[in-house]
Design a binder for this molecule. Structure first.
Ligand SMILES: Nc1ncnc2c1ncn2[C@@H]1O[C@H](COP(=O)(O)OP(=O)(O)OP(=O)(O)O)[C@@H](O)[C@H]1O
Ligand SMILES: [Mg+2]
Length: 422
């Protein structure tokens, strides 16, 4: 198993396939869909999916070329990477790609396997944001190398977005919301999600996902020198097809005092390993929680509609705005609203002093939440048609930048390609 078989029937673009392959780091947990027109291209792509460097990626090969892709993505989410084989001549290929762009999420990357060795075409494609253009015939090693070059470059910015969830007060439901949103993101989109439970003594992700892994985040933070994608992998518990968890030990046999940078390495590695990283940050204000919140791509504050929550949310919003002057303000979710007989602050009065409109107001629903928690299930697994589950689905869209629910998507080649020009 350890030796890698090469497709020697095809010429290799790198000249020395084995060396090139051996030097590659594993491809992260990305989803890939290929649309081929010929067996000669589909076959090496199928074989690439079995290469050990591709073990974490999900790769699916369809026949039918670009037309099949356009049709599929009218209604389905686009994966992290789309590979298109096309025998079209250059002008026709560019025209078909414009159609694909209409239905393709702007964050998806695209590789074209063409049949024209044409400099104009190559330049045109790269200029418009296509990640790579390779000319058929291709080998299995070509495909693995091209994918690795796009996703494994150690100098590239990490692939994954991090979303940090924190409560304005203890027990407001921040962790529950983080876990349910992570689950929604992983099941709605063709995208892998990694949840990191940063509440080492009391974390509940293990309970909520019904997991009891022997190792988890403690091993990572207590031996930062060991952390890389391979070590991180061993610490993950698989919660669903595309959802993995870096669980907290949730034990008190040691104390957990951390330096400001304690979680930096593990979070960075997680972001190199999965496209979405959900950070369940405990309700604490320490140097490490402040650093973690300051660095996350997105911060979501959960609060209940009461005065102490409002005061704390105001302090968090103001402080985070100062720490993140070039980022959007933190997002707000009001949770456990409409508790019978409890005097509450209205959403309008709550958001006015903050200058932040809540993304959602989630009602207090003890039976639904209690049943899910006691069974170690997500709300969507218990009652997929419940209005709160629908709210979570919408929040998952908003927080991943897919504001619109399928099949309506941002359109236009420029929208698809502009982000890739860097
Ligand atoms: N909208 C809701 N309605 C009813 N119960 C809820 C709701 N949201 C969360 N809960 C329940 O509230 C309890 C606390 O939730 P959770 O542990 O997620 O809060 P937290 O903010 O992460 O707390 P901690 O400060 O301990 O980290 C859980 O039992 C959860 O099931
Ligand atoms: Mg919590």
């Amino acid at each position: 198993m350890s030796s890698v078989a090469f497709d020697t029937s095809h010429e290799n673009w790198s000249g020395e396939p084995d060396k090139a392959l051996q030097a590659l780091r594993p491809v992260p947990r990305i989803s890939i869909q290929a649309f081929c027109e010929t067996e000669a291209v589909a076959h090496p792509i199928e074989r690439a999916s079995q290469d050990r460097r591709m073990a974490k990626a999900h790769l699916k090969v369809h026949m039918g070329g670009i037309a099949t892709a356009i049709e599929l993505y009218q209604s389905a989410a686009t994966p992290n990477l789309v590979i298109i084989e096309s025998r079209d001549e250059p002008k026709q290929l560019i025209a078909s790609l414009k159609e694909l762009a209409e239905v393709c999420d702007p964050t998806s990357k695209v590789i074209i396997v063409g049949h024209y060795n044409d400099v104009w075409l190559y330049r045109e494609l790269i200029r418009s944001g296509i990640s790579e253009y390779v000319v058929a015939p291709i080998s299995m090693a070509d495909i693995v190398s091209v994918i690795a070059n796009i996703f494994v470059d150690p100098h590239a910015a990490p692939l994954g977005r991090s979303i940090a969830f924190v409560g304005a007060k203890g027990g407001v439901g921040s962790s529950t919301i983080a876990h349910n949103l992570a689950w929604a993101m992983s099941s709605l989109f063709e995208s892998e999600v990694l949840v990191a439970d940063l509440d080492l003594p009391f974390g509940t992700a293990n309970i909520n996902f019904d997991q009891d892994p022997a190792q988890g985040i403690a091993e990572a933070v207590f031996s930062p020198e060991r952390i890389d994608e391979v070590y991180l992998d061993r610490l993950l518990a698989q919660c669903a097809e595309r959802l993995s968890l870096l669980a907290a030990p949730s034990t008190l046999d040691r104390v957990y005092d951390f330096e400001a940078e304690a979680f930096a390495q593990v979070i960075d590695t997680a972001q190199r390993s999965a496209p979405l990283v959900v950070l369940d940050v405990p309700h604490l204000w320490t140097s490490w929680t402040r650093t973690t919140l300051a660095r996350a791509d997105e911060v979501v504050i959960t609060a209940t509609p009461e005065l102490a929550n409002l005061r704390n949310t105001k302090n968090l919003v103001d402080t985070l705005k100062k720490l993140r002057p070039n980022d959007e303000a933190p997002k707000l979710i009001i949770n456990q609203a409409n508790v019978p007989k409890r005097p509450e602050i209205s959403a309008a009065d709550f958001s006015e002093p903050l200058g932040v409109t809540p993304l959602a107001i989630i009602p207090f629903e003890p039976q639904l939440f209690g049943n899910a928690a006691n069974n170690g299930r997500m709300l969507g697994e218990m009652e997929r048609n419940h209005p709160i589950v629908q709210t979570f689905n919408e929040l998952a869209h908003v927080l991943t930048g897919r504001r619109e629910i399928k099949p309506k998507k941002r359109s236009g080649l420029s929208a698809l390609f502009s982000r890739r020009k860097k």
